[in-house]
Unconditional design. Structure first.
Length: 193
């Protein structure tokens, strides 16, 4: 009978956690979420786009490390549910903040022109962590066969590269709040009436 009692204690410990342990899970989840957001801001949104096999392995490893940190030394079912719930709540809160103009500016990277006409804006590329090879890949994917066909390339807040081609003047409204938009040659822009 004593052995059955000890087995049930182990079972309960696997399912539940002390309230202070659960609070530690919440605090760890918040800190890891904010740290992840800050790292993406520092290293650019492209860190999560177009991942190679190696990048995918790194993301899985990051997830394992973050999960281990969030759950603490002895993960329990309760700690896992609380950690997962905290991450969902944080995503909902940050999603609501992104709905405001100010929140969008603070949380999202500002779109940035990386190529103006045929000119590569190397400082902007460096700041957004975009290599010339990645830029060339985006140009090829957009059907560009020569750089002279490009009006501009914009790195969007989600890390995607938008290629605007020459031929039709660019509406200046499309470039509002885009960093380095002033680098685009005037002849490529539509005249405002």
């Amino acid at each position: 009978m004593g052995n059955l009692f000890n087995d049930s204690d182990v079972f309960v410990r696997q399912l539940w956690a002390h309230p202070l342990e659960l609070l530690a899970v919440v605090v760890s989840a918040v800190v890891m979420y904010v740290a992840f957001w800050l790292l993406v801001r520092v290293f650019g949104p492209r860190t999560l786009r177009g991942m190679s096999t190696f990048d995918t392995v790194l993301v899985v490893m990051f997830g394992a490390v973050a999960g281990r940190v969030i759950l603490g030394n002895i993960p329990t079912l309760a700690a896992g549910v609380v950690g997962l719930g905290t991450l969902f709540v944080l995503e909902a809160v940050f999603g609501q903040i992104r709905q405001t103009a100010r929140g969008l500016r603070v949380l999202n990277a500002r779109p940035m022109v990386l190529m103006a006409g045929e000119t590569l804006l190397r400082r902007a590329m460096h700041r957004m962590h975009i290599t010339e090879q990645e830029l060339n890949f985006a140009l090829r994917r957009a059907g560009v066969s020569h750089r002279s066909q490009v009006a501009c390339v914009v790195c969007e807040p989600n890390g995607e590269l938008s290629v605007l081609r020459r031929g039709v003047p660019i509406d200046p409204a499309l470039l509002l709040n885009v960093a380095n938009a002033d680098e685009i040659p005037e002849e490529l822009l539509a005249r405002e009436h």
